[in-house]
Design a protein around this ligand. Structure first.
Ligand code: F6R
Length: 610
């Protein structure tokens, strides 16, 4: 949530800061601001709305162009509404301090009262301004020491970047629970909360650990922890191209990411299928054959789309491996004191690797002694690092707020996980080889759906005017119904709910009428006949039914009112092309309605608050 960029070097800072903010805008986009060092002070400029508003504001300020040090922020409101006053950077009262912050200072009220008593006046409602004043109140000529002293007083999470007028060229950055990455350039350092803001400048990066604090001046770096002296953090190479983070000619990032799925899934699968043994490799899981054999239960935690993918994992692990599996909403897992055994494997699924609830669930599982693994897309993210048994998705950067290629890569990796567990138990080599072939076929199945993009856009035209919709499915298609409904509501603002097809008549059917369409997953396989029966029940209540049907399935096509065909394949892999069909449907409905697809209202890409 929110984005930070900071620069210290020999080039003008503003262009680096603003292009970085643009890149991070998907993390929060209700206001933005910069602070740059000038010979006489630190100048702060902020604007409500998108980064382009800030760019307009700065276009008339030529005096700031020569500054070579600065910090910048794009905000997703937590404390106080999105206003210019609440936008970052915030200034610390007396000593010319400026600070940007991601995360939440939980004891901000007590600190605010104390600082007010000491004579500080507050211009905003934010917890960040409290931190800026706190640093200021502890400043005695050394910004690093003041930041360390201040951070020792705060409870909560932070990724921060700060500068002081009296120390030109110096940035102090720190993290606890909110990522900070240092991009190492020639005579310069570019700091960001996400590597996508620095890849334009450098691929050499250092990811700070929790409680690290770095003092930066050009390319000079000193990293220490809040409690000890200097520490060494190795640089690593960012392995995705800056092209991968551009729209590449598509109208929206979401469409680009939908179309990237054959490649993204291939990258997730590559090198992980064992054609000799009919199994999956997934060495990142780091489980010994004995641990695999003794696995009692697989607990899958995640939020939103990642949790929906987890549900497919639950079905597949039980189906193929015969191992108990459960999926749970990560926030619930954390607070309901779940029973976790040392022979349980907790799999945390997260695209960003920074989702606060999922991270908290990971920590809870580690404390309870479980084996904990992360299924994460963002390399170097907190969940990836804390779980230690990470399986990266390798789906590439996902910029659009609505998750697409992360979901299909998650499902592909979960199927490989189920295969691996199954082969360590009751599945034969032949059956394993069959499943290897099925997983390998997924990218081509997805391509067949993408090839129908124009036809799907036409179908979307018939579902524009509704204000409410239901998605139904059963078995492996139940999570697809949940994910389809989530996608439609978040980007088109049409109220949509996903239900098990059998559940509709236990209540929701009361809402069906001509203006409420039903999108039914009618893929050929076990349960199809029953779903077609549910379709008839919906039609009897005047609902128009759009069926996702297996290519050439005349019975299903004859039953539904409209249809989108997906290629014939087993249901556990049909999850992927069927979801892609629903992604395109939602995309086209939102596009035709003129919605801001990549940045829907009220949402942010990475939810780092509870
Ligand atoms: C929906 C969406 C969210 C995320 C959820 C978890 O399109 O993107 O529901 O899936 O916020 O995010 P990650 O996977 O980053 O933990």
């Amino acid at each position: 949530m929110c984005g930070i960029v900071a620069y210290s070097g020999s080039r003008p800072a503003l262009p680096v800061l603003l292009s970085g903010l643009k890149r991070l805008e998907y993390r929060g986009y209700d206001s933005a601001g910069v602070a740059v060092a000038t010979p006489t002070d630190i100048t702060i400029r902020k604007a409500k709305g998108k980064v382009s508003e800030l760019v307009n504001l700065l276009s008339e300020e030529s005096s700031l162009e020569s500054s070579t040090t600065g910090i910048a922020h794009t905000r997703w409101a937590t404390h106080g509404p999105p206003t210019q006053e609440n936008a970052h950077p915030h200034a610390g009262g007396k000593n010319g301090i400026a600070l940007v912050h991601n995360g939440i200072i939980e004891n901000h009220r007590a600190l605010r009262d104390k600082l007010k008593a000491d004579g500080y006046t507050f211009l905003s409602e934010t917890d960040t301004e409290v931190l800026a004043h706190l640093v200021d109140s502890l400043y005695q000529g050394n910004l690093t020491e003041a930041v360390i002293a201040a951070l020792k007083e705060v409870e909560g999470t932070f990724g921060i970047a700060a500068m002081a007028h009296a120390e030109p060229g110096t940035l102090v950055v720190a993290r606890r629970g909110s990522p900070i990455v240092l991009g190492l350039g020639e005579k310069e350092t570019i700091v960001a909360s996400d590597a996508s803001a620095i890849i334009k400048h450098t691929r050499q990066a250092i990811y700070l650990d929790d409680n690290d604090i770095a003092t930066i001046n050009g390319s000079d770096l000193d990293i220490r922890t809040l409690d000890s002296g200097t520490v060494t953090r190795e640089a690593s190479e960012i392995d995705w191209s800056s092209d991968a983070a551009e729209k590449g000619g598509y109208e929206h990032y979401m469409l680009k990411e939908i179309f990237e799925q054959p490649e993204a899934i291939s990258n997730s699968i590559r090198g992980r299928l064992d054609h000799e043994r009919g199994s999956a490799l997934l060495s990142g899981l780091n489980l010994t054959p004995r641990e695999l054999a003794e696995l009692h239960r697989v607990l899958i935690v995640g939020c939103g789309t990642s949790m929906n993918a987890g549900l497919v994992g639950e079905y597949a692990v039980e189906d193929f491996a015969g191992v108990l599996a459960e999926v749970e909403q990560a926030a619930e897992f954390r607070y309901r004191n779940p029973i976790v055994n040392p022979s349980d494997l907790v799999v945390a699924i997260s695209q960003s690797g920074e989702t606060a609830d999922t991270l908290a669930a990971v920590r809870e599982a580690i404390d309870k002694g479980a084996l904990v693994s992360g299924l994460v897309n963002t390399v170097g993210s907190t969940i990836a690092r804390e779980t230690g048994r990470g399986v990266y998705l390798h789906a590439g950067p996902e910029i659009s707020v609505a998750s697409t290629k992360a979901f299909t890569s998650q499902v592909s990796v979960l199927l490989m996980m189920a295969l691996k567990f199954a082969r360590s138990r009751r599945m034969s080599r032949e059956a394993g080889l069959q499943m290897v072939r099925e997983i390998e076929a997924i990218p081509a199945l997805v391509q067949q759906v993408l090839d129908q993009n124009d036809a799907i856009a036409k179908v979307a035209e018939r579902y524009l005017d509704q204000t409410s919709a239901f998605f139904i499915g059963r078995g492996y298609m139940y999570p697809v119904a949940l994910e389809g409904a989530l996608k439609l509501k978040e980007i088109s603002y049409i109220h949509a709910e996903g239900y098990h097809a059998a559940e509709l008549k236990h209540g929701p059917i009361a809402l069906l009428e001509a203006s409420v369409p039903v999108i039914a997953l009618c893929n050929d396989g076990p349960g199809k006949d029953k779903t077609l029966g549910n379709v008839a029940e919906c039609q009897a209540r005047d609902s128009r039914v759009l069926g996702i049907v297996t290519k050439g399935d005349r019975e299903a096509i004859a039953t539904v009112d409209d249809f989108i065909e997906v290629p014939a394949c087993p249901l556990h892999t049909a999850v992927v092309p069927s979801t892609v069909a629903l992604q395109l449907l939602s995309y086209h409905i939102a596009r035709l309605k003129g919605c801001p697809i990549d940045q829907p209202r009220n949402l942010a890409k990475s939810v780092t608050v509870e």
